[in-house]
Design a binder for this molecule. Structure first.
Ligand code: MN
Length: 235
């Protein structure tokens, strides 16, 4: 049997500090909704609910190499492109029904990511009870920095997560403010889907989400993990 046309290259993200050719192949991209209380409140919710998930296509990743500035094209159809700064968890060992106590054994590494959102289209979908795909799962909607091996990351409740836009602070929080911690996210997620090596989990954004325009430069950072520099360019 042969493919009827050449299959597309697998979506992949460079590994931080690895050999120049080391790539983490992406299987699926899961995202956690409303996982910081103050962001839930700014979106009109109470700040305490069971975790819920949505997905982006694997090839929505926009990998940005260390020390470079990535370019994201302003997407079609939208007049409100929002940034959501997030810690990304990269799964190295799959499984289902993974208890929180064992969840970190399944983590290969971490990265800084931006869950870019066509907020106007997401808002319309919410109002009409329609899926979020068009607001969340569009091309280049998942800019991500290099993935750093878990054993080289020092993450705790005080770890700072921050985003500057054109040098001005936009989002700042710490990982201790996650409503559902990384192990709890993996426990919940692996009840709904069988996790596989290559899965990425965008863990949710803190408060301060806002619009960006063509020409804006975003500088996202998770202490102990790395940074992600991104410029918004015209289509
Ligand atoms: Mn998000």
């Amino acid at each position: 049997m042969t493919f009827v046309f050449t299959p597309p290259a697998a979506a992949a993200v460079p590994v931080q500090g690895g050999a120049a050719t080391a790539l983490f192949p992406v299987h699926r991209i899961y995202c956690v909704g409303r996982n910081y209380a103050l962001h839930a409140i700014e979106m009109g919710h109470s700040g305490r609910e069971a975790p819920f998930f949505f997905m982006k296509p694997a090839d929505a990743v926009l990998p940005v190499a260390e020390g470079t500035v990535g370019q994201m094209h302003y997407p079609s159809l939208s007049k409100s492109l929002h940034h959501e700064l997030e810690l990304v968890v990269a799964i190295g060992k799959g499984g289902r029904d993974i208890p929180a106590a064992q969840a970190l054994e399944h983590v290969w590494g971490y990265a800084v990511g931006l869950d870019m959102t066509r907020r106007d289209l997401q808002g319309e979908a919410k109002k009409l009870g329609r899926p979020w795909c068009i607001g969340k799962g569009f091309d280049e909607s998942a800019p991500i920095g290099p993935i750093k091996r878990a054993e080289e990351c020092r993450l705790d409740a005080d770890t700072k997560i921050s985003l500057l836009v054109n040098g001005q602070p936009r989002q700042a929080s710490s990982l201790g403010k996650l409503i559902w911690s990384v192990p709890e996210i993996i426990e919940h997620l692996s009840k709904a889907w069988e996790l596989a090596p290559g899965d990425l989990i965008f863990s949710g954004t803190p408060e301060g989400v806002a619009a960006v325009e063509v020409g804006d430069t975003l500088s996202a950072r998770v202490d102990g993990v790395g940074t992600l520099e991104l410029k918004i360019v015209a289509r």
